[in-house]
Design a protein around this ligand. Structure first.
Ligand SMILES: [Zn+2]
Length: 276
């Protein structure tokens, strides 16, 4: 079943989690409904891609309004395709929400168990991972391109939560819209790195398509790594949306040859006063 439902022009929500976990806001934006121009038409939410900062702020305020989650309660990161995660809380709110300078440096994932903090990350093809451990109200999100996937940022989140006393068997994960295996071709170098981290698997997440060229299913790679880290298979849902195939809906770094905007993944608990 597709976890993401578009019932709004500007974002897709993780519909089953919304029903299962009252007060949770989680999903990813589309490229529509903003004011950005040119390569960034129209809902670019990334500050670092050369768009007008003012337009990005207008776009962000519009998304904040639609989600009913105040922009000064967001946190954002300067993402570097590494595997550093930050635990954040209400004291961090607003960092990276309306300027890139204030964002968390060198950070590719966030988690929190506090209400009223919206964790956000930017994407154009990389895999957005969404995590929740319902009993402890811990939530998280991580950005996994091939480097983050091979670096096992997915496992890093599970291990970080285990350090907080959360068992892997209590973690649910949604793997979000990202580039599909048909659109994502990598070379030997990447495949070698994947071979090093996947042991005893029946099916590989890549296929040889021509000499030294492989199609890679990044979503499946992350699913396999999460299962290896102890997350029950039945608690992992995978989106079928491809950011490159679906040009009406998403920005795609590969398809648009690097000149493109960014979607925003988001997950947060609304403050009790907001949903009581
Ligand atoms: Zn595709």
């Amino acid at each position: 079943m597709e976890p993401f439902v578009r019932n709004n022009q500007s974002y897709l929500a993780i519909e089953s989690w919304k029903d299962q976990f009252p007060g949770l806001v989680a999903g990813i934006t589309t490229k529509s409904g903003g004011v950005s121009k040119g390569n960034f038409e129209t809902l670019n939410l990334g500050f670092h891609v050369g768009d007008e900062v003012n337009d990005v702020c207008v776009n962000r305020k519009e998304v904040a309004r639609q989600l009913d989650f105040s922009l000064n309660h967001w946190v954002g990161a300067e993402q570097i395709h590494d595997i550093v995660l930050k635990k954040v809380g209400q004291e961090d709110r607003g960092k990276g929400s309306d300027s890139y300078d204030q964002s968390f440096k060198g950070t590719d994932g966030f988690y929190t168990n506090e209400d009223g903090v919206l964790l956000t990350l930017c994407y154009a093809d990389c895999v957005p991972l969404f995590f929740i451990a319902p009993k402890s109200r811990m939530i998280g999100t991580a950005h996994a391109g091939w480097k983050g996937s091979v670096g096992q940022i997915a496992r890093r989140m599970v291990v970080s939560w285990e350090d907080e006393g959360i068992e892997a068997k209590d973690i649910h994960v949604v793997i979000g819209p990202s580039i599909c295996e048909n659109c994502y071709i990598v070379d030997n170098r990447v495949v070698k790195l994947i071979e090093n981290i996947l042991e005893d698997v029946d099916r590989k997440p890549y296929n040889l398509v021509s000499d030294g060229q492989f199609s890679l299913d990044l979503r499946e790679l992350n699913r396999m790594l999460l299962i290896a880290a102890g997350v029950p298979e039945r608690q992992i849902m995978v989106s079928g949306f491809c950011t490159s195939c679906d040009r009406e809906l998403f920005f795609s770094y590969r398809r648009d040859q690097g000149r493109t905007g960014r979607m925003l993944s988001f997950i947060g608990w609304k403050e009790l006063s907001n949903h009581s």
